[in-house]
Ligand binder design. Structure first.
Ligand SMILES: [Fe+2]
Ligand SMILES: [Fe+2]
Length: 270
């Protein structure tokens, strides 16, 4: 099986636990082959426009997803559910970037990085799904955000746009908001959720760094100035606004400099 065949299997598997189990197994196969110096062919693939997803959760426009108070147990379950949904989407996004841009040549490290990221997201989904099940709920019990795959569709023909929007805007945003969520579960004395979110928080920094690394690699190869290139791509493909406060420390750790994101904030720096 080529790496892109593996991507297709993950992307076309609807059941989330099955999807993440396959994703983790393929990542392990890839790592083992790389360690042993065996070659797994990259192959070619026609990834689906939309990845296969389970019948539940119901997907609603963001404004119709009910808001729940995070101070209540139900509110915290809703938060875990929302994170599980983001993680599942991230599994597909990372396999999609591997499958979709076969015409763009990359050093093998590009595939190492996104396979690792896909493996991490699969673990993250399982952590969140476990937390939900331990609280008498499950992934699929609540409606979820329908717009998650939008940035993948928008950037389906633009690898630099994909890197700018997915890891460098969306996943970087995760770094901004996760400490607040961890604090919330700490306050509720929910240690298992805190532990799970700590794992996610620690591992997400690398995904943003992968984005930054390969974005800068492409800029270097195309002789483009990274900062204005990034701004133009985000303005073109990302409809939301970048919202401070930013996690400057973790963003820096991931190789995202302040002049990448501050100029994209509508209101100027306070
Ligand atoms: Fe994640
Ligand atoms: Fe991630």
């Amino acid at each position: 099986m080529s790496l892109r065949d593996m991507s297709l299997v993950v992307l076309t598997t609807a059941d989330p636990r099955e999807k993440t189990a396959l994703s983790r197994k393929f990542a392990q196969d890839w790592r083992t082959a790389r360690l042993e110096g065996r070659e797994i062919e990259l192959g070619t693939a026609q990834p689906p426009d939309m990845p296969a997803r389970p019948a539940q959760p119901e997907l609603l426009p963001p404004r119709d997803v009910p808001q729940r108070k995070p101070g209540t147990p139900e509110g915290r379950i809703a938060m875990l559910h929302a994170i599980a949904h983001i993680e599942l989407n991230a599994v597909d996004l990372h396999w999609d970037i591997i499958a979709r841009f076969a015409q763009v040549e990359f050093p093998i490290g590009f595939y190492d990085d996104w396979v690792q990221a896909a493996d991490d997201e699969s673990k993250h989904f399982n952590l969140m799904a476990d937390c939900l099940e331990a609280r008498g709920s499950h992934y699929g019990a609540l409606p979820a955000h329908a717009g998650m795959w939008k940035s993948a569709i928008e950037t389906a023909h633009d690898i630099m746009g994909r890197l700018a929007v997915v890891p460098m805007v969306l996943e970087a945003r995760g770094l901004d908001v996760t400490p607040g969520m961890i604090a919330l579960f700490k306050q509720a004395k929910d240690q298992p959720a805190v532990d799970a979110l700590d794992v996610i928080y620690a591992e997400e920094v690398a995904h943003v760094a992968y984005g930054s690394r390969w974005f800068h690699f492409l800029c270097g190869r195309e002789n483009l100035d990274p900062t204005p290139t990034f701004h133009a791509l985000v303005r073109r493909y990302f409809y939301g606004q970048l919202k401070p406060p930013f996690n400057e420390e973790k963003r820096a750790e991931a190789g995202i400099a302040p002049d990448f994101y501050w100029p994209l904030v509508e209101q100027q720096k306070p």
